[in-house]
Design a protein. Sequence first.
Length: 471
Amino acid sequence: MFLSVFEIFKIGIGPSSSHTMGPMTAAARFLDELRDGRRIWPGAGAPKRLRCTLHGSLAWTGKGHATDRAVVLGLAGCTPETLDPDEAEALEKKIAEEKKVHLPDLPELDFDPDKDVIFDFEKNLPGHANGMVIEAYDAQDRLHLQETFYSIGGGFVLTEEELDRMKAAETAGNDAPDEIKGMPYPFATAKEMLEMGQNSGKTIAQMKRANEITSLDPQELDNKLWQIWEVMDGCMERGLNTEGELPGGLTVKRRAAAIKQQLEDERGNNMSMPHVANDWLSVYAMAVNEENAAGGKVVTAPTNGAAGVIPATVKYYREHCPGSNDEGIKTFLLTAAAVGGIIKHNASISGAEVGCQGEVGSAAAMAAAGLCAALGGTNEQIENAAEIALEHHLGMTCDPVGGLVQVPCIERNGLGAIKAVSAASLALRGDGSHYMPLDNCVEAMRQTGVEMNDKYKETSKGGLAVNLPEC
């Protein structure tokens, strides 16, 4: 499956791409099906009431991840890329009071968020850990339309039918799908990517760019890449300049602004520790993830839970690396997206499916590859950098305390950025040859995720999530 840069990097709202952006998108898609009217239950009258049932990880950590809020806003007609966070609260309040939604080209629909968003902790749907069923009923309470959706990570959403079709195609080993036919460099693995680079003499970023401009004007591609960076940077700046307490009940305080001030105060006094660069990396990443935890505007990179790693590493490149430039940022993002696409295609970026190795681990691999490319690394060094970063996240669990994307998620992004820079640096000091190929490391992550206990896959039933302070 070919993934565009803008499928890997999606603009949306926090705190979770799989639990917030995905369900909101699913709800919006359901409304489109409702308007279309082609799949209505036999004998049903006009739609009158809506209901959504959350299963698996969407149920277990849905409250902490604001999944119920996302469903409400999605069924009110909002989408992640267009939602204004400042207007969301007023819209939620209106729906809670009226217990109805008013939508273009649809009748007024009854919808009580307290009763019609159901958390089913007993039943897991077969397709994926993040499953949800949305239904519409008529005035006689007969089923009008029902659709099962799976939020498979990074904001991607598939219906049950789409997921089954995708799995069947993968099992059958079908020819390349139409979406990649005609692309000059349709690599699905790191091995293919390196071989195509050797045969063409092009860098990974150049190949990725060539693929993208088969469907986008080159200037439009550049503009959209820059927009992605501007949203990332804007999110970081808000986090670096905002204080207070994060929502959710853990009373976690924002720290990025205070740490940034300390680092700025230490500049020029010749007293900075040699590891101060790590502190900058951490505070950049923490700033993004504090904004994400507060429900702010972020970019999946490749997920919301891991949204701080890549922006922090890009910021490190631009602010701390001699010779950095804006063109290097585009090279960084194109290369990172190429690696992210390989990981998602061959394993997963979903914490509910493979643990946090698939979120922060993938983000660190993408960031390491991007930084290595921006600093002039060869394709082989770039692949090596990605492998080093991913290898040293293998086995990482997803165990958010209270189901919130705060502890350990915020600090974890800082450490992911540090590992990414270290991995890029190690790779640049070699010639690109190394023992463990990236493809094998990706497969090891997939296997580890399959065998990982569900307690450690975004259910908040194990690990740090159940080892809480007693005071």
